[in-house]
Write a protein that binds this ligand. Structure first.
Ligand code: SF4
Length: 312
């Protein structure tokens, strides 16, 4: 039997080290302290992960005020501001911090530059939890830059000491374009030696670019509030291949695959592998045969230990 329609999965895709650590942290905290475990916002931006942890006893809330005093609270991989930390302490909550170490590094950079009176330009999405938390380290020093136009018009009280930092899950290419504008405007602009965009974001974008050159359609598996998943859709589209975000299996039924013989699949850093397998399985019922996996970037070696409180 021969197949005309092929689905190609690209690697790397799916869980990154920060997401694995955040989920392991939630499960270890449940094991150590028992249910209910309160989590401020989604521990990672993925509905399947949230549903699974909810079934295990995690209660997701959007406000600390919704958590009874003396409870255990988990802070998500996206991190929180120092003010949120303080408020949790005031409410006598036991804090378990699942902030991704790459996000924690950006917090530390804000503190370092702010302590030396730098104006800090933070490239990222204003309403994203990571940016809210990072900005909260020094709100008076940080200006969020979301677009190239923001970079063109931003005005600072002084231009001698200006530093630029970025959200960890941005489009590498778009961040570079914004950075070019800022460098022209602020020639003495400083930035950390190592980029803030994390390895997982960078690798998944590189991989989807490779996949896009050989596909008629790319399916990016991930939730609509997942920044890195949405960036993968943008990167694939900008590479010239139509791409769409799939957050639920049923969404596959709305796609017209008539002229799509080569479908490429990737998934965001918070999307479970089980969802990818379920999508591939559903595509097989639509006549797609799974081709060889495309390895675009070699194996990722990054691993993080659990927060200290949960290591034993
Ligand atoms: S995408 Fe990057 S910054 Fe975000 S949790 Fe994963 S490793 Fe950490």
């Amino acid at each position: 039997m021969s197949y005309d329609k092929t689905v190609t999965v690209v690697t790397p895709h799916g869980f990154c080290a920060g997401v694995v650590r955040a989920i392991d942290t939630a499960e270890a905290a449940l094991h150590r302290f028992g249910a209910p475990l309160y989590c401020l916002n989604e521990v990672v931006h993925n509905q399947q992960v949230v549903d699974k942890l909810t079934a295990q006893g995690v209660i997701f809330v959007h406000e600390l005020e919704a958590i009874p005093p003396h409870s255990v609270v988990l802070f998500s991989a996206h991190g929180v501001s120092p003010e949120t930390f303080n408020n949790a302490r005031i409410r006598k909550l036991k804090i378990i911090d699942a902030t991704c170490p790459f996000v924690a590094k950006v917090h530390a950079e804000v503190r370092r530059y702010a302590s030396r009176d730098y104006a800090i330009l933070l490239i990222g999405h204003r309403t994203h939890e990571e940016i809210i938390g990072v900005r909260g380290e020094a709100p008076e020093a940080v200006t969020v830059i979301q677009t190239q136009n923001d970079a063109r018009i931003v005005s600072l009280p002084q231009t001698d000491r200006v530093a630029v930092l970025t959200q960890t899950t941005l489009s590498v290419d778009e961040a570079d374009r914004i950075l070019k504008v800022l460098k022209k405007r602020f020639p003495r602009l400083e930035r950390p030696a190592k980029t803030d965009i994390c390895y997982a974001t960078e690798h998944r974008q590189e991989a989807v670019k490779r996949l896009a050159t050989d596909s008629d359609l790319i399916l990016v598996l991930g939730s609509s509030n997942s920044s890195n998943s949405r960036r993968l859709v943008e990167v694939a589209t900008q590479t010239g291949c139509p791409a769409t975000l799939i957050s639920k299996l049923s969404e596959l039924n709305a796609i017209d695959f008539t002229d799509k013989n080569r479908v490429g699949i990737t998934s965001g850093a918070s999307t479970p592998e089980s969802f990818l397998e379920a999508c591939v399985q559903q595509l097989s019922t639509k006549g797609f045969h799974r081709g060889t996996t495309l390895t675009a970037v070699h194996e990722e070696q990054v691993r993080f230990p659990l927060p200290r409180d949960l290591r034993m």
